[in-house]
Write a protein that binds this ligand. Structure first.
Ligand SMILES: [Zn+2]
Length: 300
């Protein structure tokens, strides 16, 4: 990896550069935009450094505490969460072409394909894309959306699960998603709700406050503002959707920021494998937004 270099950032939602420093974590500062109140990492690593990190390190199974590696190692709960997300699609949208941006190990793409969707994923990590193609037997393109290979293809549904908070430039990413949606298509986004109950309870120890991988910390208000700016009409915005988790996954996730709690739980109930691996559907202060692109003539 190249040496980490930092650069100044403007607000990813309103482009203002006036912000107040809130707190530091992992040697990075998180600031709050004075105009729209969005919190984001500033200064932050360069795009080149982040690209290389996601391409080669984030999902590396040789980095045990990398979030991406944990994602690949807990495919069972990721598949179970994929079923929760698919339920919404079953209830609200006819099946067609589906693109999952930042598909990681391909668990959602596989579940969607099994449910009858013509599904494909795109994933910047070469290792995760290879893992998805091999282990999940799904179609995955290794690369970034902005360097898109989907020039002439339009999708009925585009999904971004736990992705937007990582993206270097959310507005460019959403503009590309909008371009790739077919008429009548829908964008479905899941991202941590930083105004939700869990961040309020855990404060700085919250595992989602995770710079530099999480660069932008959305609330319902700032996510809605960003989507509107990018030419979407928000149809649904839920602030507390469910994910499927196991205790051993949670312990791995919080080990770095909550060592005492992790040691206590590992030493007690963590000894019982059955309890540790039991999947639970938990409302985790995650936002789910569903939006449709506003046709150019309507937005003009
Ligand atoms: Zn702002």
């Amino acid at each position: 990896m190249a040496e980490l270099t930092l650069q100044q950032a403007r607000c990813p939602v309103c482009d203002d550069d006036r912000a107040l420093r809130c707190f530091d974590k992992n040697d990075f500062s998180i600031v709050e935009c004075r105009t729209c109140r969005l919190r984001y990492v500033n200064p932050r690593p360069t795009r080149e450094w982040l690209d290389a990190w996601y391409r080669h390190e984030y999902f590396s199974l040789s980095h045990e505490d990398a979030s991406g590696a944990q994602h690949l190692q807990h495919g069972g709960i990721k598949t179970a969460t994929a079923q929760l997300r698919l339920q919404w699609l079953r209830d609200s949208h006819p099946k067609g072409r589906l693109l999952d941006i930042g598909c990681g190990g391909g668990f959602f793409v596989r579940a969607a394909a099994a449910d009858g969707w013509d599904a494909i994923g795109i994933e910047p990590s070469v290792e995760a894309a290879r893992c998805a193609a091999r282990a999940q037997q799904v179609r995955v393109v290794a690369g970034r959306l902005e360097a898109t290979p989907f020039a002439d293809t339009r999708f009925d549904v585009i999904t971004m699960f736990d992705v937007l908070e990582h993206v270097f430039c959310p507005r460019i990413c959403l503009a590309e998603a909008r371009r790739l949606l077919a008429p009548g298509g829908r964008l479905m986004i899941e991202t941590p709700n930083m105004a939700g109950w869990l961040p309020r309870v855990m404060g700085l120890r919250h595992p989602w406050i995770r710079p530099p991988e999480h660069l932008t910390y959305f609330t319902p208000a700032t996510l809605r503002k960003l989507l509107t700016q990018c030419g979407f009409q928000v149809e649904e915005l839920h602030g507390n959707t469910r994910k499927v988790l196991t205790l051993d996954y949670v312990l791995a996730l919080i080990a770095r920021t909550n060592p005492l709690v992790t040691a206590l739980l590992t030493g007690t109930i963590g000894r019982w494998n059955t309890v540790c691996r039991y999947p639970l559907s938990v409302p985790l202060a995650t936002m789910l937004a569903v939006a449709r692109p506003i046709p150019q003539e309507e937005s003009a």
